[in-house]
Write a protein that binds this ligand. Structure first.
Ligand SMILES: C[S@@+](CC[C@H](N)C(=O)[O-])C[C@H]1O[C@@H](n2cnc3c(N)ncnc32)[C@H](O)[C@@H]1O
Length: 359
């Protein structure tokens, strides 16, 4: 027998509004979402989810329990990771949302799952260490020695930074620079702290007269060098290994790209002076760094992502401060674009020029 749908009642008092505690419950529920995404990636579920499948089909393929797989897929659907269709037989079939497929399917060249799993691990570790960090500062055992730290950056450049540059940063860099008249004229560029160098590679691919340098710690520079070779750009791009705080990163550049690097520099004004000196008159510096917005909601992803680093003495400047420091270093026509998409948390992009008639 067909039933009438239940009548929706509207209460004349605010019972339907969330309880004050809902904000706390939401935070706790979000932790489970993060675990669900981790489990799905670890099980390579998204390889099977390019096309609609039932929970039974997925469970059979991955040797899982069908009923629990159904609940799990429903959760991923509620997280906006999957979409679903209602079949004639009355069951739901699920597939990955179109825009996420290239990044979640481990067989895709744009796969970003290693980067997501890495971020998950780090954020969870921070959660575990948080109480100690509050009471005792640096986690025990102490931070890795400089050589191990550089090796850590090299591993990051091989996997998660490369995946994130490929998925996000390259597109942002190309789009931003295509809008700048200086880009078409630029002949020599520096990608300072460029990690795997995919930004420099993408820019050189789009601007055939551009040559340049990726400056990085020596172990990381090797990773970038290998990527440059693979891209067939060894004739125009090279790497320079060193410590950007101590070593010369060259000069005479028309364009400098510097993203998510100044967080690791103690004396930012001194670094900006050196960037200014490294640019040719009329040159353009593009500086992309997270900063702390005044508004709590806007500040949140940056505060979450950088909490651990800030507790280790790294810097994330308050909104607007880097722009002021660039002007103090002599840069002119400093423009700021806020909330530009970037891996994990948005950045402020600063476009800063060196005046044409200066040396
Ligand atoms: C967060 S990653 C950013 C990589 C790249 N710029 C991007 O936005 O994808 C920071 C990079 O800065 C490099 N770096 C940090 N401190 C450095 C230093 N003192 N000298 C050379 N490279 C440094 C690290 O090796 C790492 O590759």
């Amino acid at each position: 027998m067909a039933h009438e749908p239940a009548e929706n009642l509207t209460f004349p008092f605010p019972l339907a509004r969330p309880h004050a505690l809902q904000a706390c419950w939401d935070v706790q529920l979000a932790g489970l979402d993060a675990d669900a995404l981790r489990v799905a990636l670890e099980a390579r579920m998204f390889v099977q989810l390019d096309d609609f499948v039932s929970a039974q089909q997925l469970a059979d393929h991955l040797s899982l329990l069908p009923t629990n797989t159904g609940y799990f897929l429903e959760l991923l659907w509620s997280m906006d990771v999957l979409e679903r269709e209602h079949t004639a037989s009355g069951e739901f079939h699920y597939r990955t949302r179109t825009e996420l497929r290239p990044y979640l399917n481990a067989d895709s060249p744009h796969y970003c799952g290693d980067a997501l799993l890495y971020r998950h691990r780090v954020l969870r570790q921070v959660g575990v260490q948080l109480s100690d960090l509050l009471r005792e500062g640096m986690p025990r055992p102490p931070l890795p020695a400089p050589a191990a730290q550089q090796q850590g950056w090299a591993e990051a450049a091989r996997v998660q930074i490369a995946q994130e540059q490929q998925a996000v940063t390259v597109e942002v860099a190309c789009d931003l620079l295509n809008r700048q008249p200086e880009f078409a004229q630029a002949r020599r560029m520096l990608d300072l702290g460029g990690g795997p160098g995919l930004v420099a590679i993408a820019l050189a691919e789009r601007q055939p007269e551009l040559s340049g340098v990726v400056f990085e710690y020596p172990a990381v520079a090797e990773v970038a060098q290998e990527n440059i070779r693979r891209a067939g750009l060894s004739g125009r791009l090279s790497t320079r290994g060193g410590d950007l705080i101590l070593d010369d990163f060259g000069s005479g550049y028309d364009l400098i790209w510097c993203s998510s690097v100044l967080h690791f520099v103690q004396d930012i004004p001194a670094a900006l002076d050196r960037l200014y000196a490294a640019l040719r008159p009329g040159g353009l510096l593009v500086c992309c760094h997270a900063e702390i917005a005044y508004d709590a909601r806007q500040a949140r992803p940056v505060l979450q992502y950088y909490l651990h680093m800030r507790m280790q003495g790294r810097h994330v400047l308050p909104a607007g401060q880097l722009a002021t420091q660039l002007q103090q270093a002599g840069f002119v026509r400093v423009e700021q674009l806020d909330d530009v998409r970037f891996p994990v948390a948005p950045v402020a992009v600063l476009l800063a020029r060196k005046g044409k008639n200066l040396s």
